[in-house]
Design a protein around this ligand. Structure first.
Ligand SMILES: C[S@@+](CC[C@H](N)C(=O)[O-])C[C@H]1O[C@@H](n2cnc3c(N)ncnc32)[C@H](O)[C@@H]1O
Length: 268
């Protein structure tokens, strides 16, 4: 029971240091959001590639090399120097991309792309907080699909054949001799194509319930000259077809946690 005393509410005393610390953190978050979009812009327009090729450049030189407008490029460079992606030499007015950053950026950009794509669904996700509904992978902005592939592919290229499969007893020998493999939740097929490339005697099928991703995977297979070794089909993780003799290997790369029924998919 609430007792009304009629006493006026006393405003809480604010700790100024805590208040400023909190505001400071929010300002850093705004900076990160703005910089994320600018990283994508730099990638789209080839600004990083040009910096990696040219070495130290002024804003005018970078604009001339990339067919962009100096006024915009100048602001982009200021942001990139402030976020420490680029180095700036005040004496010459030139910006440069350190070789370590140039090496890491192509993969890191996928992470920026992925998160920028995901936050575009923010309004719809807020609605689901009210309804308890959910968002299918395929309902997201396409940048999420592109960014996911770009971010995860290097890990697959470095690990699937080299260490992950050898860690499973007897699996590599079966794949080399010719095994039947299902790559479930394959997305754009990065992992599926690596398997097809490495084990030409095996029958590899990639399944995903997102038709646009399967279309992209088929295109990638054709472009890599692997269309005769690998097949892609639209199918759900709990319902994809299986040969009578079953599969020798079923893989789920970075996808079980994205599925509406991960337990059902694992039982299949
Ligand atoms: C994070 S992505 C990973 C894609 C791919 N394995 C990779 O690593 O690039 C998750 C994938 O799971 C797929 N997916 C989600 N739920 C699924 C389901 N129930 N059945 C089949 N695929 C599903 C999505 O369409 C998406 O392509």
């Amino acid at each position: 029971m609430t007792v009304q005393t009629g006493e006026p509410q006393v405003a809480p005393t604010l700790d100024e240091a805590k208040l400023n610390g909190f505001i400071g953190r929010a300002v850093a978050d705004w900076g990160a959001l703005g910089s994320a979009a600018l990283v994508r812009i730099g990638d789209r327009l080839g600004l990083y590639d040009a910096l990696a090729e040219a070495g130290p450049v002024t804003s005018a030189e970078l604009a001339a090399r990339t067919g962009t407008v100096e006024r915009y490029v100048r602001e982009w460079l200021l942001n990139q120097a402030a976020s420490e992606t680029l180095s700036y030499d005040p004496a010459s007015g030139r910006y440069s991309l350190p070789p370590e950053h140039a090496a890491a950026l192509p993969n890191l950009v996928g992470g920026y792309e992925l998160f920028l794509g995901a936050i575009r669904a923010e309004k719809r996700i807020a609605d689901h907080f009210r309804t308890g509904g959910g968002l299918h992978w395929g309902e997201h902005d396409p940048d999420l699909f592109e960014g996911t592939e770009r971010f995860f592919r290097p890990g697959y290229e470095q690990n699937i054949v080299q260490s992950w499969l050898p860690a499973l007893e007897g699996v590599v020998a079966k794949l080399e001799a010719g095994a039947s493999v299902a790559d479930v939740g394959c997305g754009h097929g990065a992992s599926t194509l690596i398997l097809a490339q490495a084990y030409p005697r095996s029958q590899i099928v990639g399944y995903d319930n997102h038709p646009a991703s399967i279309e992209r995977a088929c295109e990638a297979a054709r472009a890599a000259g692997l269309a005769d070794r690998v097949r892609f089909e639209v199918a759900g993780a709990s319902t994809y077809p299986a040969p009578v003799t079953g599969y020798d290997l079923i893989t789920f790369f970075d996808c079980l946690h994205d599925m509406d029924d991960p337990v059902g998919a694992s039982r299949r």
